[in-house]
Design a binder for this molecule. Structure first.
Ligand code: SF4
Length: 458
């Protein structure tokens, strides 16, 4: 296999990435846009870019993802894509009648320097944007950041275009869920409902990218945050932004535009991060935590204490998105595991600093790198073996080459389905993660045990 040629000799590769641990900015922007009800994402660039973005999302969510494209050819590539976008807006509203078109740029249109707001203005002047319909946009040059940056940019645009302060406070809390799966967004809503807290979650892809099969195709499924809800976020009591990279920019924009108090939290993955989320929600809404939530917490703690001997000291390599990795690393430490090697493709030194803080008391030196790739992760593993890998589908090549168990967490996961329907956030999500970790560790233990040592009951 190709990866067998990965060397143990680690060299600085400032301008060369091998097997990136990220995808491109517009994919995140397209995903966020799908979390607005009745929204058709639109890729301002070539058809090839749009096909790649759609197919990546379709493979991860196993749902047909639809989006428009400005279909750049040679002319648009040289002279700009203004005419294409103006024509596209007219066609999309005429043929598909979305409530919102959410335009993101691509490497090509960014390099040309296309001024999307002025093109949208031209479309409006032509009467191509019907009354009560909207076109929003964000800039997503993919030579900067990653799919998480694109998600953050489109989410911030929702604030820039829609949020309004009327001066009359509403008894609701904004939650910006970060780049997580629809099942995670649904879980956050379930927890808020258990606590009897009214929330506006945006974006919200639950009910859009995990909608049930009914035999009837809906161009715009039931789910997604509505435009009136987005407008109302400016009057909410507070905003909880989950994840520094994916959610903080939108939370900060809302604070600056409408003075909505902001708390930036980690993604609620694992015991401690979920505790902090529940506590922040409780405080912001002025409610008590119900016994039903405490019971779920108690179940998670029960598993941690019962199974501690299987977790303790196990070494783990992780690859993924920064916000998820921060919370996962903290969870592994809670379990007594050792997060030995950690790589994200999303750039940002703040991530490395945060991981260093979380792992400061770790018994071994932890390798961490932002803006890096799976090749480096593989080299680290070859030099210093681990018991488990946690990451997306692409990590399966390393897992196979090194014969190490892999559990799939993150984006994209294109060869399994569980992530679409079952969350990893909240206490229930923590229980699911524990089940996945234990299954991987104990399956390996059973496989390797001699006949005299194989255990029936653990
Ligand atoms: S050209 Fe840029 S925007 Fe298009 S698919 Fe490649 S990285 Fe993404």
């Amino acid at each position: 296999m190709f990866l067998r040629h990965t060397t143990t000799d680690i060299k600085e590769r400032g301008t060369l990435s091998i097997n990136p641990a990220k995808t491109c900015q517009p994919i995140g922007a397209m995903y966020a846009a799908l979390g607005i009800h009745g929204c058709l994402p639109h890729s301002h660039g070539s058809q090839g870019c749009c096909s790649y973005h759609r197919s990546t999302l379709t493979r991860h969510y196993k749902e047909p993802v639809m989006a428009g494209t400005s279909s750049f050819t040679e002319g648009a590539s040289v002279f700009g894509g203004g005419a294409n976008l103006v024509a596209a807006i007219d066609n999309i509203f005429t043929l598909y009648s979305p409530d919102v078109i959410a335009v993101h740029t691509t490497c090509l249109s960014e390099t040309i320097g296309d001024d999307v707001p002025s093109f949208v203005h031209q479309a409006k002047m032509k009467g191509s944007i019907p009354e009560g319909k909207y076109v929003i946009h964000t800039n997503t040059p993919s030579y900067v950041g990653s799919h998480v940056t694109g998600f953050a940019n489109m989410t911030k645009s929702m604030v820039d275009y829609f949020s309004e302060s009327t001066g009359e406070a509403r008894d609701q809390i904004n939650i910006i869920p970060g780049f997580v799966d629809p099942a995670d967004m649904a879980e956050i809503k379930r927890i808020a409902a258990m606590m009897e807290v009214k929330i506006v979650i945006f974006p919200d892809t639950s009910g859009v990218l995990n909608a049930p099969q009914t035999g009837v195709h809906h161009m715009y499924p039931e789910g997604g945050v509505t435009v009136p809800q987005l407008i109302s976020t400016g009057d909410s009591r507070a905003t909880l932004a989950l994840g520094q990279v994916a959610s903080a920019p939108a939370g900060e924009a809302l604070n600056s535009k409408c003075k909505v108090p902001l708390e930036i939290l980690d993604l609620p993955i694992g015991l401690l991060a979920t505790d902090r989320f529940i506590n922040a929600l409780r405080t912001a809404a002025g409610v008590e935590v119900p016994e039903s939530v405490n019971d779920e917490r108690g179940q998670l703690i029960d598993i941690v204490t019962d199974m501690e001997q299987y977790f303790h000291g196990k070494r783990v390599a992780l690859a993924g998105d920064p916000d998820q990795l921060v919370a996962l690393t903290e969870f592994l430490i809670t379990l007594g595991m050792v997060p030995a090697h950690i790589v994200t493709g999303t750039p940002g030194k703040a991530f490395e600093k945060k991981i260093e803080e979380i792992t400061a008391k770790c018994p071994v030196k932890v390798n961490v790198k932002a803006g890096s790739d799976l090749f480096l992760l593989h080299q680290w593993i070859k030099n210093d073996q681990v018991d488990l890998i946690i990451g997306n589908t692409y990590c399966k090549y390393i897992a196979r080459d090194e014969d190490i168990p892999l559990i799939r967490v993150g984006f994209p996961i294109v060869d399994r389905i569980g992530h679409i329907y079952s969350p990893i956030v909240g206490y229930k999500g923590g229980i699911r993660l524990l089940e996945k970790i234990l299954d991987a560790i104990l399956d390996r233990q059973d496989r390797d045990a001699g006949e005299e040592n194989i255990e029936l009951v653990m």
